[in-house]
Write a protein that binds this ligand. Structure first.
Ligand code: BGC
Length: 369
């Protein structure tokens, strides 16, 4: 009986010890502690999968622990991701929001924990809980798209089909604004006729649109960054178009994913003799479309630079230094200090130089180069 009792006591002490150890590692975060948390909007678009890869490449030899989570197009999932990272003890959060305004509550939770917040590529709006913003020059992206259409059409009364990104993404406004400011004088002088937006027609004499005015046009021509929605809209627009809105046309497509979908729709209509179509992101599939003559251009945003800027900022913050910035963006509530990167227009002429010779992609990833 005495023996049994001793065995029982030993077992009790062992169980207690194991319990205490487990609680300890939970409280300190143990090996799961992370210094920089990265949250990206969705894995469904190659653009963001590429950002993940570029982050991994850049962080391969880093002494800092990082973790990347995807929000899959859901603000609720995004908030959950931020909370997961906060529980892992992050000091810096790098976040590309799914919805710029809805992300406010996630970053406010991070700020409450003393975390420094860096908005990545997309601005987080209507909150003071964002410290820095790393971005491409998004107005310049739109201007480059619009200018390409202008430079590559001939004659006058060229039907112009307008498409835009999601209204929940501040960038969609900046891209459209940049494009509109160069296209509008060419609409006013009769080079283009707007084919698919009564709101844009109503504003055709105005060059600088307010956010509300831009919002009205976006409301009609948004793709929501969704290739399927882009296809549906393009089909509807083509069905409604009379013969005077076919022939040789121009299409403002906001990014590569939607450009390929829209190009497929217009390209399969026998009454469309030719089209010029814009894009952005230099996605591999669109580079192949450009080589094949199915997409006219893309705006190359070198994600390596954006990643390097975001990580550089994070490391400065972890080292107690103030990151360097080049300007600021107003997010509706505060001016957010920003670092901005330039973009490059790519078409058949320079695709090899900019994307292959520069080491961004391998020639073997494409056919017919
Ligand atoms: C990004 C683009 C991207 C789009 C859709 C924008 O905020 O700047 O590169 O194509 O979102 O994901």
């Amino acid at each position: 009986m005495k023996k049994m009792w001793r065995l029982f006591s030993v077992l009790m002490v062992a169980t207690l010890l194991i319990g205490m150890l487990a609680a300890c590692s939970g409280a300190t975060g143990g090996s799961s502690s992370v210094s920089v948390g990265i949250v990206l909007p969705t894995k469904d678009e190659p653009r963001w999968v590429q950002d993940e890869q570029r982050f991994k490449d850049a962080l391969a030899d880093s002494e800092y622990t990082t973790e990347i989570l995807f929000s899959q197009g859901s603000s609720a999932k995004e908030k959950e991701n931020v909370e997961t990272l906060l529980n892992k003890g992050i000091d810096v959060l790098i976040i590309a929001p799914h919805d710029g305004a809805a992300a406010g509550s996630a970053v406010e939770a991070a700020k409450k924990e003393g975390v420094t917040v860096i908005a990545y590529d997309r601005l987080i709006t209507e909150t003071d809980a964002v410290d820095y913003y790393v971005t491409f020059d998004s107005v310049a992206v739109g201007a480059a798209q619009g200018q390409y259409l202008i430079d590559n059409v001939e004659g006058s009364n060229v039907p112009l089909y307008l498409y835009a990104g999601a209204s929940s993404d501040n960038n969609a406004f900046l891209f459209f604004q940049g494009a509109w400011e160069v296209l509008q004088p060419k609409i006013a002088d009769g080079t283009f006729v707007i084919a698919n937006s009564s709101e844009a027609v109503a504003l055709k004499d105005k060059n600088e649109l307010t956010r509300d005015e831009l919002g009205k046009i976006l409301g009609q021509v948004t793709t929501n960054w969704d290739p399927s929605e882009a296809i549906n809209k393009a089909q509807t627009h083509l069905t409604a178009a009379g013969a005077n809105l076919k022939g040789d046309i121009a299409i403002l497509a906001p990014n590569d994913g939607t450009a390929r979908s829209i190009a497929d729709v217009y390209g399969s209509d026998s009454d469309i003799s030719s089209y010029v179509i814009s894009g952005q992101d230099a996605e591999k599939a669109s580079i192949q479309y450009i080589i094949d003559g199915k997409q006219s251009m893309t705006v190359f945003k070198d994600v390596r630079t954006l990643v390097a800027d975001a990580i550089g900022m994070a490391i400065d913050i972890l080292d107690g230094k103030t990151p360097s910035t080049t300007g600021s963006y107003n997010n509706g509530k505060v001016d957010v200090k920003a670092k901005q990167t330039n973009v490059i227009v790519v078409d058949q002429e320079n695709v090899k130089k900019e994307l292959i010779d520069s080491g961004y992609y391998e020639a073997s990833e494409f056919t017919g180069l």
